[in-house]
Design a protein around this ligand. Sequence first.
Ligand code: ATP
Ligand code: DP6
Length: 402
Amino acid sequence: MSGKMEYVTCTAPVNIAVIKYWGKRDEKLVLPMNSSVSVTLSQDQLRAKTTIAACKTFSNDKIWLNGREESFDNPRIQNLLHEVKCRARIQNGSDLDQLLSWKIHICSENNFPTAAGLASSAAGYACLAFTLAQLYKVTGDVSDIARRGSGSACRSVYGGFVVWNKGENIDGTDSIARQILPHTHWSDLHILILVVSDQKKHTGSSEGMQKTVQTSELYKQRVKCVPERTDDIIDAIKNKDFDKFAEITMKDSNQLHAVCLDTYPPISYLTDTSRDIMTLVHRYNTFKAQNKVAYTFDAGPNACLYLNEADVPGVISIIEYFFPPTSQSQHFITGLPINTRAIEKEFISNVTIPIQPDGLKYVIHTTVGDGPRVCTNEDSLLDRSGEPISPIAEKRNIDSVL
Ligand SMILES: Nc1ncnc2c1ncn2[C@@H]1O[C@H](COP(=O)(O)OP(=O)(O)OP(=O)(O)O)[C@@H](O)[C@H]1O
Ligand SMILES: C[C@@](O)(CCOP(=O)(O)OP(=O)(O)O)CC(=O)O
């Protein structure tokens, strides 16, 4: 290959909403009907990683996702790329004309299942927006650029606790994310992701939320009560009031799945296992006489549990008792290590849900984390000619949690 190549590699985190985004008021600009609030998870366990190279000699724009070449005509990618290039021209004048005219190669990898309701699109599009911004020297907030890829991605451009303000402007200029507080504010807030299924979901979030807005009566009620909830949970986060944080988180998740069921035809993301997890959490909170654990579910059956670090061993003992892994589940608990503890016997006697061997595929233990990071050139997923590094070599670089 001849000609100079510019390239950059970055990582971005997953975020899990505690006040859910569900429903758009503008499909093209990706403007939500309500504000949402999320917690950014540590990139030490879950992250998207993206390398982008630009070179005069590239003949086509190309993208590889998890080792497979995908179509660059994806409107979300086009939309995002258009936006970042406009911003680069505004900020840098004609200085970048040459670089902006070159074709690009994008290579991205997630170290967790893609399109399985684990917010891969949030991490992936945040990483794409952040990496493009680095390449084209765009400064300032890039949450609105990430939003063009996937709404929830705008929250993954910040670490810690994040709010995405729905905004009022028709052109979406005020529909941006901002950090409420950094991850260090509440570092003993831990997260357990209970993976019930890592298969692709039956109804994508975009399609699902569109149908809900069109058909659900209950949804009109939801949109009215979200603003107060948003203010209340921001207060709970500021005060590290877990009891309140947990109550609002669970109520909002339940309402999201209620409006999904009220959609016509109904959308059902939760499974019996998801509902058993909900029952266990409520029984445990009643047993402890205060909220010790909160569940939340996105557009899939997997549970995300929020809890304080001190409660992780006790909760894991319950999870392992009711969903015992069989000998095939080698790495049942991944991520941060856990000191196991014997289950509290008095708790079991109160619970009637059945023991379900292999009810869960695995559990990821993580904590609150920081925002996107710029990597060194050694972390590149593209070689010096702009082609993906062979999957075997890449695998060595991926600190997969699985
Ligand atoms: N690293 C990445 N880089 C670019 N695009 C990605 C990346 N990861 C995921 N995507 C895009 O996001 C899509 C998956 O989004 P989808 O909303 O279906 O699943 P999810 O994000 O895992 O679930 P949810 O949004 O419900 O939590 C992929 O098909 C791909 O187009
Ligand atoms: C249930 C959710 O996870 C929905 C996420 O929806 P997406 O951000 O994936 O939707 P699009 O903007 O259409 O790409 C809730 C949330 O993350 O707030």
